[in-house]
Design a protein around this ligand. Sequence first.
Ligand SMILES: C[S@@+](CC[C@H](N)C(=O)[O-])C[C@H]1O[C@@H](n2cnc3c(N)ncnc32)[C@H](O)[C@@H]1O
Length: 206
Amino acid sequence: MSRYTHSASWYDTVSAEPIYRVGRERVIPALHLREGSRVLDIGCGTGLNFPLLLAAVGGSGQVVGVDRSREMLEVARRKTIQAPPGNVALVEADAEQLDHVAVGLDGSGATFDAVLFTYSLSLMGNWEAAWRQATCLVRPGGRAGIVDMEPPHGWARLLDPAARLACLLGGADINARPWTLLEGTAHEVQSWSLRGGHVQVRAGTL
Ligand SMILES: C[S@@+](CC[C@H](N)C(=O)[O-])C[C@H]1O[C@@H](n2cnc3c(N)ncnc32)[C@H](O)[C@@H]1O
């Protein structure tokens, strides 16, 4: 059973948004979304990215959130109940075994304009597979974004025990550096190191 089964109802309260929200605020504009865009949010959890994503894609666009935790998706669903029909789709699936049917594409090809992983890729056992399968669903020239964590640097090393504890509790591998996948496969890569290096943000063109 996933650790996100029981924590879904209090995830938003303990997710330290004053520290981690900065990653969402930096990466989402870098996805170059516009009215009508379709974006895939992998490991979307309770939908903390959704207000920013929905503001970017507008009423004619679509946010598709994928998560393997039904309980996290249920919290996300309750938050988006007012959205226009089709504006948000939630898919319960393991991102390491994603297929086109699972995200409602019916095998019709790469139709997303962007894909996003915030604080989720380093939790996945086979994050290379999750990255490969998700990016296959994005059109050529579309954008990808990753926000993840590493140990803080410099003065912020004082915060290292707290950062490691947050990652341990969340199940993230603080040493995984999964954004290296984006750096190796995308072009026009943008990079930000925030919160003393603890929050790492990458965005690029596929
Ligand atoms: C730390 S939460 C982050 C949630 C959200 N992206 C955010 O920024 O708040 C990690 C999420 O990734 C999901 N997750 C972990 N491994 C997964 C996998 N293999 N496939 C799909 N979702 C996964 C968990 O269920 C959880 O909801």
